[in-house]
Design a protein around this ligand. Structure first.
Ligand SMILES: O=C1C[C@@](O)(C(=O)O)C[C@@H](O)[C@@H]1O
Length: 515
């Protein structure tokens, strides 16, 4: 739906006072907002003249709203009176947008505001609670709101699953009136990030880098995603994971797309059920995916074809949708990423000791792996392929045993890890999520036990210097950070995503300078 050519980024301001509202407006401007929604219901004012002053002194184009569900609106009758007073004032002052909630947006109210207005646009809005809204539900709602004669329709929809966002995209594409649509909650984030692909002309961001569920920070809209460039042809990529907020993938792949002139966007995809995700987002535009915890194994079963290495590992961390026939092809870039990172660190050490060999420095070493999930499987296969003797510890012993059987390794009960010391100079790889933000005070193994290891690797990369790596450094082991594995697996993915070369130096610089 074409209404305004450029994309407008807005943020919602709920403040305790007029003064705070004015200050937040400045902040929003600094962070790149084009428009602010001033929720007048969020503060108490003794006289309407205070609101008048605020509106007259606004420093950004504004949406004036007064929502019925605000906690302050305990006295319903009084609330409606104040609401109408505020909306009329906003129209008289010719504020750019005046939002009328569906609870008051009957034809007469909107008609009255319309007759009074000069150039301000009337937005009729509704909040849809209850999850899983169908296309039909949304369509009927839009028709009702449209019948008021409002210029713009706004829907805020609570979603339970990421797949619930699909009807929102459908509405954005097909709605005959300008539509502002937002799927609220963690799983609704893509409604804002991918909205412009479907013609959204308004997207909402959060102020102050705060991670409001379902809203990207204003700064990331401008600096990371650059949503103003997203268009109907933009190909969608993303990381399918749960949790997903920790992933640095968007910070890396988006700049790399722009650096290489590739029309793509890479977004966090908070997915509960991978199969369902692929069933719903099945068009060719959804072109490629990173797969993170805990979906790497389940994702194999969603692929139409699986690369032989990934197949033998039994886990994929990359899925590409083949353009010619829409089939999903699975790969594993974790395996080489991890093993080469460890090999390079050991080779570097050998070099400084004046030793050089073509044989993998992992060959023959006792390789202790913690974690038998998707990443663990990739690392176990990689280590085995280089001739290491692999011993696996996992909280669920059965999984450790299954993986050990697959690679002819050994599995031991997790409780034995701290006392496991059959020899010195072992390699330790943590492929579990222990130590990952926000639980960064945790570590999978005691500091004392680390003394038996020559090299310690941690697949966790948020934080960069995990407690495990700090303690390993303290006991004198060589450490390899998950950041190194992260960048290597991402380089492999980028090549698959774009069917071209990855800008290696550029991507490395981002990871090491900005993370
Ligand atoms: O394990 C990881 C990390 C990741 O999930 C992320 O972006 O956090 C991306 C995956 O491709 C990779 O295998």
């Amino acid at each position: 739906m074409v209404f305004m050519k450029e994309l407008l980024v807005y943020t919602t301001l709920e403040c305790e006072s007029c003064e705070e509202m004015a200050a937040s407006m400045h902040k929003a401007k600094e962070e790149g907002a084009d428009v602010v929604e001033l929720c007048i219901d969020s503060f108490t004012f003794s006289h309407i003249s205070q609101v008048e002053l605020l509106l007259k002194q606004r420093t950004l184009p504004s949406i004036v709203s007064f929502r019925p569900n605000s906690p302050r609106n305990s006295c319903r009758e009084d609330w409606k009176k104040t609401c109408m007073q505020v909306l009329k004032l906003a129209v008289e002052l010719d504020v750019e947008f005046v939002e009328v909630d569906s609870e008051v947006a009957c034809d007469e109210v909107v008609a009255e505001l319309m007759t009074k207005r000069s150039s301000c646009k009337i937005i009729a809005s509704s909040y849809v609670n209850g999850g899983n809204p169908t296309k039909e539900t949304l369509c009927n709602l839009i028709i009702n709101l449209q019948s008021t004669g409002a210029d713009i329709i706004k829907l805020v929809i609570d979603v339970a699953y990421i797949t619930d966002v699909a009807p929102v995209f459908h509405m954005l594409t097909h709605c005959q009136v300008p539509l502002i649509a937002r799927a609220a909650g963690d799983r609704g984030l893509i409604s804002q990030l991918l909205g412009p692909k479907y013609g959204a002309f308004f997207v909402c961001g959060s102020l102050g880098g705060k991670s409001t569920p379902g809203l990207p920070p204003l700064t990331s809209i401008k600096e990371v995603y650059k949503l103003e460039y997203v268009n109907p042809d933009t190909r969608v990529f993303g990381v399918i994971s749960n949790p997903v907020g920790h992933s640095k993938g968007p910070l890396l792949h988006n700049p790399a797309f722009r650096h290489t002139g590739y029309d793509g966007i890479y977004v966090p995809l908070l997915v509960d059920n991978v199969k369902e995700f692929f069933r719903v987002f099945s068009c060719n535009d959804y072109a490629g995916f990173s797969v993170g915890i805990p979906h790497k194994e389940a994702a194999v079963r969603c692929c139409d074809e699986v690369d032989p290495l990934a197949k033998s590992i039994g886990a994929v961390n990359t899925i590409i949708r083949r353009h010619s026939d829409g089939k999903l092809i699975g790969y594993n870039t974790d395996c080489e990423a991890c093993v080469t990172a460890i090999e390079d660190a050991l080779r570097e050490k050998e070099k400084t000791n004046g030793y050089a060999s073509n044989v993998s420095p992992i060959a023959g070493k006792l390789f202790v792996l913690v974690g038998a999930g998707g990443a663990g499987r990739a690392i176990a296969f990689g280590a085995k392929s280089r001739g290491a003797r692999v011993v696996i510890f996992n909280r669920k012993y059965e999984r450790a045993k299954a993986l050990a059987a697959a690679i002819s390794g050994e599995a031991l009960p997790y409780e034995l890890l701290n006392n496991f010391c059959p020899e010195k100079g072992m390699i330790l790889a943590n492929a579990s999520a222990v130590g990952m933000q926000p639980k960064s005070d945790q570590t999978p193994i005691s500091k004392e036990a680390l003394k038996s290891y020559e090299l310690v690797f941690d697949a966790v990369y948020t934080p960069r210097n995990t407690r495990l790596l700090q303690e390993a450094t303290e006991v004198g082991a060589t450490v390899v950070s998950g950041v190194e594995m992260f960048v290597r697996q991402a380089l492999g993915q980028f090549k698959l995503f774009t069917n071209g070369l990855a800008p290696v130096d550029f991507m490395r610089r981002i990871v090491y300078e900005q993370f």
